[in-house]
Write a protein that binds this ligand. Structure first.
Ligand code: SAH
Length: 246
């Protein structure tokens, strides 16, 4: 009677951990989100029940309902896999689900996943830190559910890389605040769309142009000197990416 919060990685099943794959193979039931690739779901055993609680416009299961569902399943099934995109503890609400389960005595275990915050820059050949260019990386959301936005002016630091998740829609405001905070308009930016998914695309620009760049979600914004780099040996992935020069 355990619910496993399994991070599915950013897209293709190749980036799921071996532990995640073996739990999927023996799961009685799998509860999954919208961004989960079918290649990951196919790793579930033939007898597993698959439940989609994906959040789409006009159709969403609220977090409270998901928590209740997980609790009920945790009481009635031996092995429940709760699959989340990327890593469950990075903007995945994994903590809330863990709390809801443990508070009623359902055992819960977290299986880390490869987060898009690092996988998306990586597929574009961008190291999020690089000696001489970036001493660290800040991962931040561009959008919160309560409408309470992060003040990007306070995050303007040319020595650090900024990785923004859920930032596509507010990219213009984010760029504006970073520039107000002191970042140069010529700061390199890479927008990595649909990393490890069909339609993967990398767009390169500078901060001053970000508002005007077309972006398809899901996308990660990589802002800082490293965004100019492109170290990738995955030729087919790079070739599949459309890259628009600044
Ligand atoms: N827990 C997830 C993040 C969930 S928030 C993780 O660790 O990756 C959802 C946001 O993640 C999206 O808005 C987007 O910014 C980013 N994202 C998730 N999958 C992505 C992908 N395959 N390519 C690019 N961005 C992705």
């Amino acid at each position: 009677m355990t619910v496993y919060l399994v991070g599915a990685g950013p897209g293709d099943a190749d980036l799921l951990t071996l532990r995640g794959a073996s739990l999927l193979a023996r799961a009685d039931v799998v509860v999954y989100d919208r961004l989960i690739d079918t290649s990951v779901l196919e790793l579930a055993g033939p007898g597993a029940e698959l439940i989609d609680v994906g959040k789409r416009a006009g159709h969403s299961s609220s977090q409270g309902l998901i928590n209740d569902l997980l609790v009920a399943l945790g009481h009635s099934h031996e092995c429940v896999v709760r699959l989340k995109g990327g890593d469950s503890f990075l903007f995945g609400r994994g903590g809330e689900e863990f709390e809801a389960l443990e508070s009623v005595g359902v055992r819960c275990e977290v299986v880390p996943g490869v987060t898009s915050a690092f996988a998306a820059p990586a597929v574009a050949g961008i190291p999020v830190t690089h000696r001489g260019l970036s001493h660290g990386v800040t991962v931040v959301t561009g959008h919160t559910q309560d409408g309470d936005f992060v003040d990007f002016r306070g995050l303007a630091n040319p020595d650090l890389t900024l990785v923004v998740l859920m930032g596509a829609a507010r990219r213009g405001a984010i760029a504006g605040e970073l520039i107000e905070g002191g970042l140069d308009v010529a700061t390199p930016v890479a927008v990595v769309e649909k990393a490890y998914m069909p339609g993967q695309r990398v767009v390169r620009c500078v901060l001053g142009e970000l508002a005007a760049v077309e972006v398809a979600a899901p996308a990660v914004l990589v802002i800082g000197a490293v965004a100019e780099l492109s170290y990738s040996h995955l030729q087919s992935v790079v070739a599949a990416s459309a890259r628009s020069a600044p």
